[in-house]
Ligand binder design. Structure first.
Ligand code: ATP
Ligand code: MG
Length: 333
């Protein structure tokens, strides 16, 4: 915390200290095969796909070779088993995913509209996904963790806050680091207690991974430069701004900046790009890469994922990303 960030050596704790741990919703996604408005007619659907932003993040983190662990909950059903098996196959530690005997695994039905926006029918709040708490298994994972990644979406889950606070304290105590993807969906009202918690998250974060207007919302001021200054003054060390098809930029508290172009791909399903980007970036930095190298892999991870249908079907290994990078032009070429 509060170290001067640099482009070469990351302020994030090294991978060897212990796994990156992600907390939050584990879901299956079932998607309409055709774009249109909502679900008010009979539709062909495809799925179930393993999903949930914190789970997508950790799947990509593990696949690229970072030590990774997931804290979450699933139901005692096939949707839950599908998710747990998937994360395990990717190489993540699944010991802190609890199985809820009463509630089913969370679900998200999604249909894209013609303009790219999405209609959802969710069952998260009243599913196993939201019933997470501090357990012996969570404690054991956190006790050997080296980094905590938090998704802003988790603020909507009552049980998550206690885990985040306890995990953050323990991980920082052992020399670990913290990252935050604000992931502020417009549906999430950020006021009162949620706003206070969000501010507290920013205050304890070493790395912030906002996209679009989340940067200004996170800083509470307008303008990219002003927002960066406010965040750095508050103790954040690195900010990586995701710009969709515009690529991404790295900003360090010492004033350094690195811009990296996006790869040129045909977008089939944008869901999960930001989460794959984050998982790859955090893993690469913790594995010792420079900001420029980590940005290249993160941009590749996000871009490759949007070429696959399903929120984490494109999450890739380092070898797959190397091949993708070799074969895909960037928007600056
Ligand atoms: P999400 O909608 O999953 O929360 P996000 O808004 O957090 O995503 P984006 O900026 O949309 O994040 O995507 C993250 C990264 O993925 C981008 O910085 C870019 O590198 C890559 N990416 C996303 N969409 C595209 C695209 N259409 N073409 C190329 N790269 C893309
Ligand atoms: Mg996006």
């Amino acid at each position: 915390m509060n170290q001067i960030a640099r482009t070469d050596k990351s302020i994030l704790a090294p991978d060897a200290l212990g796994p990156t741990v992600s907390i939050g919703e584990i879901l299956v996604e079932i998607m309409a095969k055709t774009p249109g408005q909502g679900f008010l007619e009979r539709l062909d659907m495809i799925g179930p796909f393993a999903s949930g932003a914190p789970a997508i993040f950790i799947a990509q983190c593990a696949r690229i070779g970072g030590a990774a662990g997931m804290i979450g909950a699933v139901g005692d059903d096939d949707f839950g088993r599908l998710n747990t098996a998937r994360l395990q196959r990717d190489g993540a530690d699944v010991s802190a995913i609890s199985v809820d005997a009463e509630y089913p695994t969370g679900t998200a039905f999604v249909r894209y509209r013609m303009d790219g926006s999405r209609d959802f029918v969710y069952n998260i709040a009243h599913s196993a996904a939201a019933r997470i708490g501090w357990t012996k298994a969570v404690e054991a994972l956190v006790a050997r963790a080296g980094h905590l990644h938090v998704m802003g979406t988790v603020l909507a889950m009552p049980g998550a806050w206690e885990i985040i606070e306890r995990a953050a304290a323990l991980i920082v105590e052992r020399g670990g680091s913290i990252s935050l993807d604000p992931n502020l969906r417009k549906e999430l009202a950020v006021d009162g207690e949620t706003a206070a918690r969000f501010d507290r998250l920013i205050a304890i974060s070493d790395l912030l991974l906002p996209s679009g207007d989340e940067l200004e919302r996170a800083a509470g001021v307008e303008g990219e430069d002003e927002a960066m200054n406010t965040l750095f003054e508050g103790g954040v060390g690195e900010v990586v701004l995701k710009r969709g098809a515009g690529g991404a930029s790295f900003f360090a508290s010492d004033g350094a900046r690195v811009d990296a172009p996006a790869f040129m791909v045909e977008e089939l399903d944008p869901t999960g790009a930001g989460d794959c980007f984050g998982g790859a970036y955090v893993a690469c930095r913790r594995l010792g890469m420079s900001a420029a190298d980590a940005l290249r892999y993160a941009n590749a991870a996000g871009a490759r994922n949007v070429t696959f249908r399903g929120p984490m079907e494109g999450a890739a290994t380092r070898a797959e990303l190397d091949e993708f990078i070799r074969n895909t032009p960037t928007r600056s070429d």
